[in-house]
Design a protein around this ligand. Structure first.
Ligand code: UD1
Length: 417
């Protein structure tokens, strides 16, 4: 079994370059099959999620070349094959082929998606939207068969501003007959990145980034190019590492606007940082102050940064109140942090974290991707050796994390045990 081993307490110094956003590129890749021409995606990170999407496109008959951060997808020969469970289960974003294949072929057969086990994660909003757009859905033996002979525009109100549902509706609506309006749409920056790609392909989407998105379906989309935005979650993770373990630590290729809420909380905590146009410089801050965190949809505090942030709170003076509001089981890292010596009391999705407290390295297990990121931060500041198991989750979402951290002086390695 692969494990990450960290010998903690090293002072990190140097530059980290943030990669393209996982949560963006996993929507951009399926969007490429909306056309039978070539789509080029720049700043594509090497992640198991991108590799698995590549596998699905290959299964569908698409041709992909990927190197130096450029993914070139030629969908001329794409056919409407069913997507089997051994591929759909490998990642959450496999379900974006629902919207993309429905748009292109008016039919899709796909098994239930995978992804981190952080709560129930139903897809009822996606299915409700497809039905409003004229689809008939059959669910049998874990296989969804979605058919829309007349895929048409619709007015869709989302009970919750789901990122996944917003993406899937945009994909399906881009080639549907007529206008689709999404009310209470997700406003995440990744939604804007996807709208830019579809518009570059000749689509007609306005309002992405607001809670009302209007998509005028077009008859055909053409080849285009797009650059994946920087990963705000990866950036936030390294920024928090800088706050507790560094000296002159520069995180480059960030869009500060996308990190507003995190930076505001870091100011409250008295983290020592200075911000440039597309970078941030941090120093380990000696007297961190406690703060309260409540995860929310964008532009609120991102749920994906909640777990890493809870490690920072163990180093801040006083008791911080922490509340996760998006998912029901995003607390898998708490027992592991407690094993390392953290003072955390939690019930359901509420926690009280009291600091500052010294952490001691030990054997811990990553219960999901961002829990894994939290344990890496903890390992970097802990005394002694931390061994993290179940690391496939981490490698799904952080490009070259071990290489990047080694380059700034961390003592970290992947071992086979
Ligand atoms: C996306 C991100 C994920 C992030 C999450 C919340 C990607 C690939 N993943 O996940 O990293 O943690 O946004 O910012 O971009 N829900 C329903 N019914 C639905 C769909 C969602 O009840 O049909 C609920 C979910 O269970 C969850 C909430 O809505 O409680 C948010 O889900 P959603 O925004 O869809 O998250 P994902 O797209 O899965």
């Amino acid at each position: 079994m692969k494990k990450i081993v960290i010998n903690g307490e090293k002072e990190l110094n140097g530059v980290i370059n943030v990669s393209g956003a996982k949560n963006s590129v996993v929507a951009l890749i399926p969007a490429a099959i909306l056309t039978d021409e070539v789509v080029k995606i720049l700043n594509t990170p090497v992640l198991s999620d991108t590799e698995n999407l590549k596998r699905i496109i290959t299964l569908l008959g698409g041709d992909i070349t990927f190197g130096n951060g450029e993914m070139i997808i030629d969908s001329k020969n794409v056919v409407n094959n069913a997507i089997p469970s051994d591929l759909s289960e490998r990642l959450r974003a496999s379900y974006y082929f629902m919207g993309a294949l429905l748009a292109r072929f008016k039919k899709v057969e796909i098994h239930f998606p995978g992804g981190c086990k952080i709560g129930k994660r139903p897809i009822d909003l996606h299915l409700m939207a497809f039905r409003k757009m004229g689809a008939v859905i059959d669910y049998n033996d874990d296989l969804y068969t979605i058919v829309a002979d007349n895929l048409h525009g619709a007015n869709i109100y989302l009970d919750f501003p789901s990122v996944g549902a917003t993406v899937n509706i945009m994909l399906a609506a881009s080639l549907a007959d007529g206008i689709t309006v999404i009310e209470n749409a997700a406003k995440e920056p990744e939604i804007i990145n996807l709208a830019s790609l579809i518009n570059n392909m000749g689509g007609n989407i306005v309002g992405a980034g607001t809670d009302t998105i209007r998509i005028q379906g077009v008859e055909k989309l053409h080849g285009a190019m797009i650059e994946t935005i920087p990963d705000r979650i990866e950036a936030g993770t390294y920024i928090m590492i800088g706050a507790v373990a560094s000296k002159d630590f520069k995180v480059c290729n960030i869009i500060p606007k996308h990190l507003d809420t995190l930076l505001s909380k870091l100011r409250d905590m008295k983290v020592d940082f200075s911000l440039g146009e597309d970078y941030i410089i941090l120093n380990k801050s000696k007297d961190l102050t406690c703060t309260d965190i409540k995860t929310l949809v964008y532009p609120g505090f991102p749920t994906d940064l909640g777990q890493p942030m809870s490690v920072l709170l163990t180093q801040a003076k006083g008791t911080s109140h922490f509340k996760e509001t998006i998912y029901e089981s995003r607390t898998g890292h708490f027992p592991e942090l407690k094993k390392m010596g953290a003072n955390i009391e939690f019930e359901g999705m509420d926690a009280e974290i009291t600091g500052p407290c010294g952490l001691q390295g030990c054997e811990v297990e990553a219960s999901d991707l961002r829990a894994g990121a939290a344990l890496i931060i903890a390992g970097l500041i802990a005394k002694g050796t931390t061994k993290i198991s179940n690391i496939d989750y981490i490698l799904r979402g952080y490009e070259d994390i071990v290489v990047k951290l080694t380059s700034v002086g961390a003592d970290i390695a992947i071992i086979e045990e």
